[in-house]
Ligand binder design. Sequence first.
Ligand SMILES: *[C@@H]1O[C@H](CO)[C@@H](O)[C@H](O)[C@H]1NC(C)=O
Ligand SMILES: *[C@@H]1O[C@H](CO)[C@@H](O)[C@H](O)[C@H]1NC(C)=O
Ligand SMILES: *[C@@H]1O[C@H](CO)[C@@H](O)[C@H](O)[C@H]1NC(C)=O
Ligand SMILES: *[C@@H]1O[C@H](CO)[C@@H](O)[C@H](O)[C@H]1NC(C)=O
Length: 526
Amino acid sequence: MGKESKSGGCLGWLLAIVILALVVGAIVYAVKQKMDHANDNKPSPVPGPPGAIDKKYADALKIAMQFFDIQKSGKLVNNKISWRGDSGLKDGNEANLDLSKGMYDAGDHMKFGFPMAFTATVLSWAILEYGDQMAAVNQLEPAQQSLKWITDFLINAHPKDNVLYIQVGDPDLDHKCWERPENMKEKRPLTQVNITVPGTEVAAETAAAMASASLVFKTSNSAYSSTLLKHAKQLFNFADKYPASYSENIPEVATYYNSTGYGDELLWAASWLYHATGDRSYLDYATGENGKLFASWGSPTWFSWDNKNAGTQVLLSRLSLFGAKGVSGNSGLGNYRSSAEGVMCGLLPKSPSATSSRTDGGLVWISEWNALQHPVASAFLAALYSDYMLTSQTAKITCGDHSFKPSDLRKFAKSQADYVLGKNPLKMSFLLGYGDKYPQYVHHRGASIPADATTGCTDGFKWLDSTQPNPNVAVGGLVGGPFLNETYIDSRNNSMQAEPTTYNSALIVGLLSSLVTTSSAVKSFT
Ligand SMILES: *[C@@H]1O[C@H](CO)[C@@H](O)[C@H](O)[C@H]1NC(C)=O
Ligand SMILES: *[C@@H]1O[C@H](CO)[C@@H](O)[C@H](O)[C@H]1NC(C)=O
Ligand SMILES: *[C@@H]1O[C@H](CO)[C@@H](O)[C@H](O)[C@H]1NC(C)=O
Ligand SMILES: *[C@@H]1O[C@H](CO)[C@@H](O)[C@H](O)[C@H]1NC(C)=O
């Protein structure tokens, strides 16, 4: 009995303890739920200066940056690529101009002004947003030097207010040869736009490149920065005053870099000029009538060398997110921001408006030619938007009945970068020189020919046809990438998939710079 009673007492205590535990548990759970819920709406703390370095992205960035050195034309300075030397030294001679600098476009030796200027604009943007992160892994100087290699060319290519040289070389002649750039002997004719044959896209993109680069060099080289800004303003006026499509006016360029419209470049250039000058008229240009006409507000587009609208939407979101002085009440800016969010909603895989154009492995996949350009460009924009949100303490964006946090955007950006770096069904890196497996038969003349070969224009085709892998690695090149079914044909003749481009490098450099450290507060650059 006593025993029973004792055990009964024990049982009673046990019961009491269990009930207490349940009650406490329930309270803790309820409080935690409430806090979690509150966290959904509470912005994360603003990240500090560059945090811990993520070795994977740092290594990849150092590799990606080298492709610009491989693409440099002209008299090389501190050349670190053993198989490259001086080339294109007489480019521009026929017009008494020095157009020897600049970069070759891809696996060939053309200097195409339109994508080259886009390369410079994107590289400037990456430096402006993530220069501190580049510096943390010793990549800021190489990035600035590569940018300057292009802007030096662009300055010389713009000898008069309304004259811009937009191409060096003849693609037909160039493509009839398979040779090292150092051995080029064929004619390198020049193509210009002017007031009789204007070309708004290329003039405006060049203005965007020079305006954004003027911000990059503002403190380190103020004289150079002012020169760039002067050219940018003149080119924008030229582009705006003589509106015409460059690829309609000069049909030859349509074979390679056909433009689907010039409105996006005008807005992009005006937005960069606003950032570079603080002159409100450029902002009004982008947010007023021209915005309505050209900005494709509300209909998401893919950021690329041809279409800059998504880039402009993200760039101008800066102003509304950070509440820049004197821009409140600008309804156009609101349209840009909501359009940028529409773009983000299209990218986030769990969003109701997520694009279905993806591979099974999750890579955004839009076109067979140079497939990686769109996912990499989109991931760069997503990383930027995520950092804008963090820095401005913006908790979430809304996509239909879902909401997403900055970390969701960053996760998307990382997923695309990781795919490129080898997290894909082929377990292959598409960034040349990164990882243990990457394409070996890249469509790139210089990389495919031994540095000591004496072959010239046509006998060089034996190097295209060779069954051996390239003797030189085009380090840092980002090839075109996989088919929708995630296969890849590693063949030198496969320019659709196996040709690295200079503008791809600007995009991947931007993306990797955004991921180099764990924290990434963006700074004001206006
Ligand atoms: C203007 O550009 C066109 C197209 O490149 C060219 O054919 C023409 O010669 C140029 N005009 C002048 C005056 O140089
Ligand atoms: C170039 O783009 C325009 C506008 O989208 C299109 O009409 C034209 O067919 C394209 N040309 C080529 C050669 O692709
Ligand atoms: C490369 O492709 C071109 C065009 O498709 C073709 O004419 C040429 O024969 C191919 N060369 C080789 C080596 O496959
Ligand atoms: C993958 O897609 C490419 C391009 O559409 C096609 O040529 C190839 O046969 C496909 N491969 C497989 C294994 O389905």
